[in-house]
Design a protein around this ligand. Structure first.
Ligand SMILES: [Fe+2]
Ligand SMILES: [Fe+2]
Length: 560
């Protein structure tokens, strides 16, 4: 499809993209391309003759072009799932050997087809090998089985007797995007150029002695370099950046960019540095920016965090407001759902475009939300764009969950969109090993909320927050504001010394209808959008929530 899209860009003017449909695609594709799209989406070997049943969502308007050519026949059977989706069952017999199946379609129909396989002779024992793609498990076709890894709660409710017990190939809904062309072209309002932009600071090492600087250019720029100097000095140090080519092939006005990352170490603590990023080769440089390393022995600092930002211009305005009102902030965090479609680079372009140079002067240490990782396709753009600590749990993607310390605080930044239980032992190790005075935990899904309490998180992580006395847990996702009383074991307790405060925030305008009262809540807002400032001074932490008009909407102090 990469090659097909390249040919489309060469042959079809942008004004015609919205006219691309199935007949156009079938006339545009070469015979070789059609053959690949008809056979290489899903393939495997069987060692006995089999019947392959293919469950096709009946609401998908166009039947995959290869299905009847491949001699699949529609049966009278249907399969249904818990969302009421009805799937037609198509069938074909295969001899022992290779089974090859084609794409879901040129549209983006997310309830993608799934298949089940059974030997034609009930006495035969079936072995399936050489499966492509290999990452998805095989299960058993029955009522209660799941089909999509990215929506494991979407269980089958109706399975015809004939199919029960067959080998079920699970998949992800993201596969609908693999040949997506119809209505799929996007344009970024912030295309790259030869001049560096989207400059962003993060850490993946000690904030006292290191800084990571990231930026992008278009692909005409062959190299990336940082030059930096102690503020006020003229001794410039240069540092080569690594280069990554990032592709979003449906972004017709900016398909490829160069993303640069410089991981600078051996800095002096408590120092203000100036820097520029650019190209040695082309001598195109950014404006001069600054960053500050953490002081050697400080237990006084502040930071600002945001709830869901979702790339809206309003969240950008809120970032500017927070920046203006918190000149002393050491860094920023976003509690997930930074963007609305994490698979689209133009969404990330908007996040950077709407927040100006704020994150080029103070690090941004975020966590992933469900919108940043979608349809079972992972969070590749997030990993490409952010350079974060790689000290998370073994079974979780590097950079998705991580921890870092600043001052006398340990931050646990958890990717709650990946497996809960894979984190539990890691959380305990981190909490039990730190000497930090304060322990703050941030993840997207709030364990306590009125709408959809996260019982698995309450069960697996909250006992550890209780045992090691986490001071604050911060999240987003439900799109309202809530700050709880201190809680222990799910119940309100009478002092901060005995429990953990759970906070939910949001950084885009929203009105949550039908809010229910929460007995543990001190403050709830169904409307408005906010940033949170947390200022630590030794054993005292002051928490302030400010709305988009700059008005303080919530505040409290914890003294240890
Ligand atoms: Fe959200
Ligand atoms: Fe969310």
């Amino acid at each position: 499809m990469d090659g097909v899209i390249t040919r489309l860009y060469e042959n079809v003017p942008a004004t015609q993209y919205d006219r691309i449909d199935d007949p156009f695609m079938l006339s545009f594709l070469t015979d070789d391309e059609k053959k690949i799209l008809a056979t290489r989406f899903l393939y495997f070997k069987v060692d006995v003759p089999v019947t392959v049943s293919l469950m096709r969502h009946k609401d998908q308007p166009v039947i995959p072009f290869w299905l009847t050519e491949a001699k699949f026949v529609k049966t009278d059977l249907v399969v249904k799932n818990a969302e009421g989706y009805v799937y037609e069952v198509w069938e074909r017999k295969y001899d022992a050997g290779l089974v090859e199946l084609g794409i879901n379609g040129f549209d983006k129909h997310r309830p993608v087809y799934f298949v089940s396989v059974a030997p034609q002779e009930s006495m035969d024992k079936l072995n399936i090998t050489d499966v492509y793609p290999s990452e998805f498990t095989m299960d058993t076709m029955k009522v209660g089985a799941f089909t999509y890894h990215d929506w494991s709660g979407l269980l089958l409710t109706d399975v015809p007797e004939k199919l029960v017990g067959q080998v079920l190939f699970t998949t992800v809904r993201g596969r609908a995007r693999e040949a997506h062309v119809i209505g799929g072209f996007r344009e970024t309002p912030f295309p790259s150029s030869a001049k560096p932009d989207q400059i962003m600071l993060t850490w993946n090492d000690s904030p006292k002695t290191s800084i990571n600087i990231q930026w992008r250019t278009n692909t005409t720029i062959p190299d990336g370099q940082v030059r930096y100097w102690i503020d006020g000095s003229s001794d410039t140090i240069t540092h080569l950046a690594s280069q990554l080519v990032v592709q979003d092939r449906m972004l017709f006005n900016d398909r490829y960019i160069h993303r640069y990352t410089a991981q600078i170490k051996n800095l002096i603590s408590g120092m203000k540095y100036s820097y520029q990023v650019g190209s040695q080769e082309n001598q195109i440089w950014s404006e001069v920016l600054t960053f500050q390393t953490e002081a050697a022995n400080t237990d006084k600092f502040s930071f600002v965090w945001f709830g869901d930002t979702h790339t809206f211009p309003d969240s950008g305005k809120l970032v500017f407001l927070a920046d203006k009102q918190n000149k002393d902030a050491a860094f920023y965090s976003i509690a997930g759902d930074m963007v609305s479609t994490g698979l689209y680079r133009d969404d990330w372009d908007k996040l950077f475009g709407n927040s100006g140079s704020v994150f080029a002067r103070k690090p941004l240490m975020p966590v992933l939300g469900n919108h940043d990782r979608q349809d079972g396709l992972g969070a590749q753009l997030y990993y490409d764009l952010f350079s974060l600590p790689e000290n998370g749990p073994e079974k979780v993607d590097a950079e998705a969950s991580y921890s870092f310390e600043y001052g006398n605080v340990m931050f646990l930044m958890i990717d709650a969109t990946s497996d809960v239980d894979s984190h539990t032992a890691w959380i305990e190790t981190k909490l039990s090993n730190t000497k930090a005075t304060w322990k703050f935990v941030m993840f997207h899904f709030p364990p306590y909320n009125f709408e959809e309490p996260y019982l698995d998180i309450q069960r697996s992580w909250v006992p550890l927050f209780d045992k090691y006395h986490v001071d604050m847990v911060m999240g987003g996702h439900i799109h309202y504001y809530m700050r709880s009383r201190p809680m222990f074991d799910g119940k309100v307790v009478d002092s901060f010394k005995k429990g953990t405060v759970y906070a939910i925030s949001i950084s885009i305008p929203n009105r949550h209808s039908s809010m229910a009262a929460e007995p543990y809540a001190v403050k709830q807002y169904d409307e408005g959008y906010f940033y949170q400032r947390m200022a630590i001074d030794g054993n005292v932490m002051k928490y302030t929530t400010v709305d988009s008009d700059g008005v303080v909407k919530d505040e409290f102090v914890i003294r240890k």
